[in-house]
Structure formats: C-alpha cells, structure tokens
Design a protein around this ligand. Structure first.
Ligand code: URA
Length: 213
C-alpha cells in the first residue's frame, strides 16, 4: 500500500516484466514501463481500464493514448466536458482532463492483451492506493468486467452483490458509486457489443451523479 505506481523496473509480475524487457529491445524508443495514471487526484471521477495496450499506452506512457480505445474514450471525454484541448494520441499533446482521472487495473502491458488473475491481484495494491488517495472521489467508471471486479476487490465489496452490467450503477457506499461500461475496445465496437450511443449514455449517467449528488 501507499505506492501509487510500481517502480519503472517493477518485477512483481515476472511474465509482465519479461514482456516489457522484450519490448524494450524491440522498440527501444518507446515508453515500455508501468503506465502512470493521468489526471488530477482531486477529481471526482476515476476511470479504470484493463491494462495498457502494446502500441497504445505502453508506447506513449499515458493510459489509452495511441490506440482505438483511446480515440473513443478521449473523444467522449471531450464531448462531455471531462477534457479540454486537443487529443493527438501522444503524451505531450495539450489534452487536459477536467475532474477526471484515468488508470488501469494492471499497470503493465500484458502479452496478447490478457492479464492473469494473479497479475490483477498483485497490481491491486496500486489501485487500492489510487482510490484511497483521491479525497473527492465520487464515481468510479469501470471499463469492462476485469476492471469491475478489481474495483470491487480494491474497495472490499462483494462480487455476488454487485454484478457487472453495462450502465449499471452500484452504490458501493454512501459516498462512492461504481458505474460499469463495456470496454471501449475496437473488438467491442466492431462486434456491436458497444455502440457510441451506449458509451455516451454511461457518461450521461456519470454527469447526473456528479450534479445531483
Ligand atoms: N489502453 C489502456 O490504457 N487501457 C485499456 O484498458 C486499453 C487500452
């Protein structure tokens, strides 16, 4: 507990560490390290993704930056007033988040985009710290089931009580709501599991909670 991010050469997950080492050799000019959260810790909204994408966050060093999921996520954040500036798919664009912070359940890129249960549990300490050190946190938005379950574990809430469902709102306690969304991956939009309208309705709900709470 108390660390926000694994150190740059974190080897708590041997499989992830060796994948990062491999990628450092293959792509020496890319970021290739645990990806820090983005946005102010004073924010009321925390968005939790799964893990960095190889050529997205793992290359750029900023969550969701540089891949399809990021195009959709940042485009929607801009539309709903949770971001300003221009998203240019790189860390040094002038995009700023407004009242929102973005993190991942697992901070290092996994092979084939798949994390193991053990890796989720090992990285949970950082998510716990993240949640515990956001003084104004009111809403957590989980992108996908892995994130939903990690958030429940991090907040000591039971999966049998809070079932994942797109746009479902769970009151974890009187000060904290969890809202679920299908992950904004290309796979989910291509297969029709997630449409732009469905993704936007999640942000409409988030806004309502933050305004009326
Ligand atoms: N990029 C991230 O940072 N997280 C995801 O879950 C997907 C892409």
């Amino acid at each position: 507990m108390y660390e926000l991010l694994p150190n740059i050469d974190c080897d708590l997950c041997p499989r992830l560490k060796s994948f990062i080492d491999e990628n450092r050799k293959k792509f020496p000019d890319k970021y290739n390290a645990p990806v820090p959260s983005f946005g102010s810790k004073e924010s009321e909204l925390l968005i939790v993704g799964l893990a960095p994408g190889l050529k997205g966050a793992n290359f750029s060093g900023r969550p969701f930056t540089g891949d399809y999921a990021g195009d959709l996520l940042y485009g929607t954040l801009l539309k709903f007033g949770f971001a300003k500036g221009k998203y240019k798919a790189k860390k040094d664009d002038d995009l700023e988040l407004i009242n929102a912070r973005i993190t991942n359940a697992v901070k290092c890129v996994p092979p084939q985009n798949k994390v193991t249960g053990q890796e989720i549990n090992t990285c949970l300490q950082f998510l716990k710290t993240e949640i515990a050190t956001m003084p104004n946190l009111k809403v957590i938005l989980s992108l996908g089931l892995v994130s939903h379950n990690a958030v429940l574990k991090a907040t000591k809430c039971r999966q049998s009580v809070f079932k994942f469902g797109h746009c479902h709102i769970h009151n974890l306690n009187k000060n904290l709501a969890l809202i679920d969304s299908y992950h904004c991956s290309r796979y989910n939009t291509n297969t029709g599991r997630l449409s732009t309208e469905m993704f936007e309705s999640v942000f409409r709900e988030v806004k309502k909670i933050l305004i009326y709470e």
